[in-house]
Ligand binder design. Sequence first.
Ligand SMILES: [Zn+2]
Length: 398
Amino acid sequence: MTVIIHSARLVTDGRITEQAWIEMTDAVVTATGTGDTWRERTAAASGDTDGDGTPAGSVEVVDAAGDWLTPGFIDIHGHGGGAAAYDDGAEAIATAVAVHRAHGTTRSVLSLVTASVADLAERAAVIAELTASDPLILGSHLEGPFLDAGHKGAHTAELLIAPTPADIDTLLAAADGTLRQITIAPELNGGLDAVRTFSSAGVRVAVGHTDADYETTLAAFDAGATLLTHAFNAMNGIHHRKPGPVIAALGSNVSLEIINDGTHVHPDVVRMLFGEAPGRVVMITDAMAAAGAADGAYTLGGLDVTVRNGVARLDDGSETGGSIAGSTLLLDDAVKRAVTDVRVPIEQAVDAVTGAPARALGLDGTLGSLRTGFAADAVLLNSELTVRGVWAHGARLR
Ligand SMILES: [Zn+2]
């Protein structure tokens, strides 16, 4: 099956190309160009190339009519959607990823909130099976249990522990090579050793939910960490004498996750991050079950959460609620906000959900671009940046 999308404003690899077209055959981008030259490809793909009077194959032609065409979005940190959580097994995962896919996220890392090591191992094993059968699932992300209780956010304090070699082995074995990412507070006892062990096992290690200062964060990056989990949230902020993890990350060659939902971080601070870390800002959803679902009562990793006006907060008995508990963000909205509220160029906004996350995961040889040879993952957005079409692994999802 071949799909040609033409007359698009293509945004990929930090550039805009007007009047662009791409050709996708099965799971791969097989050609790109500009202007009317796509017509030759339809003749080649559908025409009677072998001279026996029958077409060689079917071609679907999509007229983008000047709309934006981008690589598929990659969410490296999210917990669920559509009233379902990634912690709750294969059926819940299918429900949740479907919501994100309809909003342009073609590849997802499935984040698990803190639980006991035994429960996490079981859940990571479920995701390992799904990763083997579904190319759109990139593996799991353990957000806990090796986190600081003082920066627990929406994680259960009693389940937070310091890393031990035995627990690390259990989790790595259960994930069976599909553990993509782990968030660690490096100041914990054994924290830096854990960073080394996970990163030498091929897992991307993120510093987060941490009390680490500037020096400890740098030590974690030295030990192999390459990411900062939702920059500014659940960590020490920027102080002129105590620069903290964000400044350490800006000065190191690491990626910085950001939740650009207008609630977690002020748009002007998001803009500062884009300016200070070009190509290294990764917009994530950190979405919980209420993303793409109604306001109301939810649970997150066993904690009660109330969602009002799309903002999820822990129930602490107060009128306004407690800590922010994940988001209800979808990546198309993050892109729209980056352009309209944060006011970064669309090339940078798109890079933060395509090329930058692919680089953060070390998958930038196949994902995050619409160059020839890359995955057939594409999103068509109208002039308001609302999703019009989604293709993933060559199949149309919306
Ligand atoms: Zn999270």
